[in-house]
Design a binder for this molecule. Structure first.
Ligand SMILES: [Cu+2]
Length: 629
């Protein structure tokens, strides 16, 4: 919550032209979107229509709002069928371990002949009006009406997903989005995604780890201020007089996303679109209080651009006015200055890390989450910037120019003099003194004094080499050499819905070796996260240690031993000679059933860069019905 002073400041300052939803609004929105929580103790219910909605997106190049007609989520009790007031982002789902999330999807999209059996080749994008739902990063049942992405909810059909969040599920930042093979990229890039926050209050003990939420408290015991930033890349387009796609929508035209021509290499920079935050392009976030520690929960819910997230002190007084994408780099130079504000990353992909890592840039690839402790050191305006990344580090394989993401203002509070890292460390130590039980306080404080270690809050124990029971190999490839087209492959084969690519034993513990033979791809696997063991470049150097140098690319150093569910598999070139070799380990715990792994450049997934995985009882026979799918 904002302090009274900040709320006051917000009330009296000139309202900006467009305001991002602060998290408090997101929660209010959840309550209005959901059923009465008290009527069903322990359950969170959302009743959502999937339908076309007519809305507006700010276009910085023209300083006008463009009209868009896109598929989206709408409260089923919404009485305004146009959806003009429905945000371009799904509601935040806020839930505690041990609770159940029920999401009813009512597919109100038009009938679609390409959804049926035989209605389109499996790896050619199709069934744009079919849908389903994935709870990305949740450790829940993948079968039945759990986190099952192998069901297709066709137009006119309603289906209720039920996510039973286990009582021992880590607290953290997760998200949800559609995942129907053939239309995933199209729907996600239409803005169909939202945050799913698990809030925990488990106190660590001398032998068990706890939730970091328990530590991140203000002196009065309330939670620290937080923001949910759902970063989306809504790449809407119009058509020109020849019927070709254009990103230059004229007044009166309505933008849409109706074709996979809009995806592919270079399309995002060519579009001139900006990454949005919570459905708003170049918005102004709710104010922060200078010197206060905030938790920023960032979700990369986009499809087609890497985000190097940076906070810079704003120096100019220039209003945004019109700002074409091509001019942003110069605008940032003139108005955002060189003063980059470091922040403390505490979790990746929702999972608390063993140590706070101070960053000036966190790299978010599609599907990633980053939880950061942010302190804005003095009153004033700050630019949120998607900084330039090396070509090999980004989805587009070209060095993207910088983009502005939004502005946040810090109002008067306690200015920070000196290092933000030291300020944050002192704050965390005093928080531990206030919040931790006597039998763990000493350990937690000693850890924090030792390079801000968080060993009492890491949800999963390390996997040692001696525990490994099996090996898995995975190679991404885009085969451009075959006659008849381009093939998106894993281990030499495009996706086949009727093939189980890997049968894995429950309670097994595999070491996976991940590579890409043709450009880079973010690997994502459902249900069980993995621990990163090493990331070896083409020259044989492990670049995953904190402080390592990967040719200036900041995304890998510091990932050693970190737990994630999505990871960039880098190949700076188009043949195996430049590929990195990445080793991760994972446990298959609690859940049996069938689910998928895939590339999280979702148009690659839709075109075949996906595999079916089955976890069975350890004898390899029980648990799941084999045969027909
Ligand atoms: Cu890919």
């Amino acid at each position: 919550m904002l302090s009274a002073a900040a709320q006051e400041a917000r009330a009296v300052s000139n309202p900006p032209a467009y305001i991002l939803e602060p998290v408090a609004k997101g929660r209010a929105q959840l309550e209005s979107f959901a059923q009465d929580r008290a009527a069903f103790p322990g359950e969170v219910l959302l009743d959502m229509n999937v339908t076309y909605l007519d809305r507006q997106i700010y276009n910085p190049a023209t300083a006008r709002y463009d009209r868009v007609r896109l598929r989206g989520y709408q409260d089923a009790r919404q009485t305004d069928p146009s959806g003009a007031d429905t945000p371009l982002v799904g509601p935040t789902i806020d839930v505690r371990p041990g609770e159940t999330v029920r999401v009813t999807l009512n597919n109100k999209l038009p009938q679609d002949s390409t959804c049926g059996i035989g209605g389109g080749s499996a790896n050619t994008p199709h069934c744009f009006n079919g849908t389903n739902l994935h709870s990305h990063g949740l450790w829940v049942n993948p079968s039945g009406n759990g986190d099952n992405v192998l069901v297709s909810i066709r137009p006119g059909i309603d289906f209720q997903y039920e996510y039973n969040i286990p009582a021992d599920h880590p607290a953290g930042t997760f998200w949800y989005h559609p995942h129907l093979h053939g239309s995933t990229a199209l729907q996600v890039s239409s803005g169909m995604s939202g945050a799913l926050i698990i809030r925990g209050d488990r106190m660590p003990t001398p032998t068990e780890t706890g939730d970091i939420d328990r530590l991140l408290k203000q002196p009065d015991g309330s939670d620290i201020a937080e923001r949910v930033l759902v970063l989306q890349q809504i790449q809407y387009a119009c058509t020109d007089s020849n019927g070709n796609i254009t990103y230059d929508c004229q007044p009166g035209q309505v933008g849409g996303i109706e074709s996979y021509d809009q995806f592919g290499p270079g399309t995002w920079p060519a579009s001139g679109r900006f990454t949005s935050i919570n459905g708003q392009v170049l918005g102004q976030l709710a104010p922060a209080v200078a010197g206060s520690v905030e938790r920023w929960r960032m979700v990369h819910a986009g499809v087609r651009d890497t985000i190097n997230f940076e906070i810079r002190r704003k120096i100019g007084t220039a209003a945004l006015g019109t700002l074409a994408a091509a001019d942003t780099d110069r605008w940032i130079d003139q108005n955002c200055g060189k003063d980059v504000i470091p922040y403390g990353v505490v979790a990746q992909d929702g999972l608390t890390m063993a140590q706070v890592q101070m960053r000036k840039q966190a790299v978010l690839q599609p599907g990633y989450r980053v939880d950061a402790l942010v302190v804005l050191p003095a009153a004033g305006d700050y630019c949120l910037v998607d900084a330039a990344a090396p070509a090999a580090a980004s989805v587009n394989q070209q060095a993207p120019s910088r983009r502005l993401l939004g502005i946040v203002t810090a109002v008067d509070g306690d200015a920070v003099n000196g290092e933000i890292a030291k300020y944050l460390q002192d704050w965390l130590i005093s928080a531990a003194e206030r919040t931790m039980a006597p039998d763990v306080a000493g350990k937690v404080i000693d850890d924090l004094k030792n390079d801000m270690r968080l060993s009492s809050f890491v949800p999963h124990p390390d996997i040692e080499a001696g525990e490994v029971t099996g090996q898995q190999q995975l190679v991404f490839n885009i085969d451009v050499k075959q006659p008849g087209g381009t093939f998106f492959e894993i281990n030499g084969q495009p996706y086949d819905a009727n093939r189980i690519d890997r049968t894995l034993p429950l309670n097994g513990l595999d070491e996976w070796t991940l590579r890409s033979d043709f450009v880079s791809h973010p690997f994502h696997i459902h249900v069980n996260p993995f621990q990163i063991i090493k990331i070896v470049d083409a020259a044989g150097n492990d670049v995953s240690a904190l402080g390592a140098d990967d040719d200036g690319d900041p995304q890998y150093p510091g990932l050693k031993n970190v737990w994630k569910d999505t990871l960039w598999i880098k190949n700076p070139g188009t043949d195996p000679s430049t590929r990195y070799t990445i080793t991760v380990r994972t446990r298959y715990q609690r859940y049996i059933g069938e689910f998928v792994l895939h590339c999280h450049i979702l148009d690659h997934e839709d075109q075949g860069m996906m595999q079916n995985v089955r976890i069975t009882l350890p004898d390899g026979h029980g648990g799941t019905v084999t045969g027909h799918h």
